[in-house]
Design a protein around this ligand. Structure first.
Ligand SMILES: [Zn+2]
Length: 130
């Protein structure tokens, strides 16, 4: 009999898995990449899904795949920029705030492609000033 590593009585709490793939030593040769991560990030089935109509996360029983985060640092001639993908999206956005990057307003969540789904990206709405 094998024991599950995810045991509700265990003192170990697994909250995330970092998975590093496509780490070819020659990054210029895209044909050496095993998987197209841009396709995989959108097609990987998760157990938690965002209900856009109700601004809630539809959850399933544990153990479950609850969150997918994919961050990429793009380099350009004079520096670079970061892209971010989160499914289900990060949120909800705090009351009386909107995100200056994805323009979503509370109680919505950030968009899945919001580059900075963080508290410091939030600004007050007119309602929040009063
Ligand atoms: Zn955002």
């Amino acid at each position: 009999m094998s024991d599950s590593i995810i045991d509700s009585n265990s003192i170990i709490n697994i909250y995330g898995i970092n998975y590093f793939i496509n780490k070819s030593p020659d990054t210029s040769r895209i044909d050496l990449h095993v998987l197209d991560l841009n396709i995989l990030k959108e097609e990987l089935k998760l157990d938690y899904n965002y209900d856009e109509d109700n601004s809630t996360i539809q959850k399933s029983q544990q153990p479950a795949f609850t969150q997918l985060t994919y961050n990429v640092r793009e380099t350009i001639t004079n520096g670079g920029y970061s892209t971010s993908y989160n499914r289900p999206p990060i949120g909800p956005i705090e009351n009386y705030c909107y995100c200056s990057y994805c323009n979503n307003i509370s109680p919505s969540f950030h968009t899945e492609t919001c580059p900075f789904p963080e508290s410091k990206s939030l600004n007050l709405t007119i309602e929040g000033i009063y």
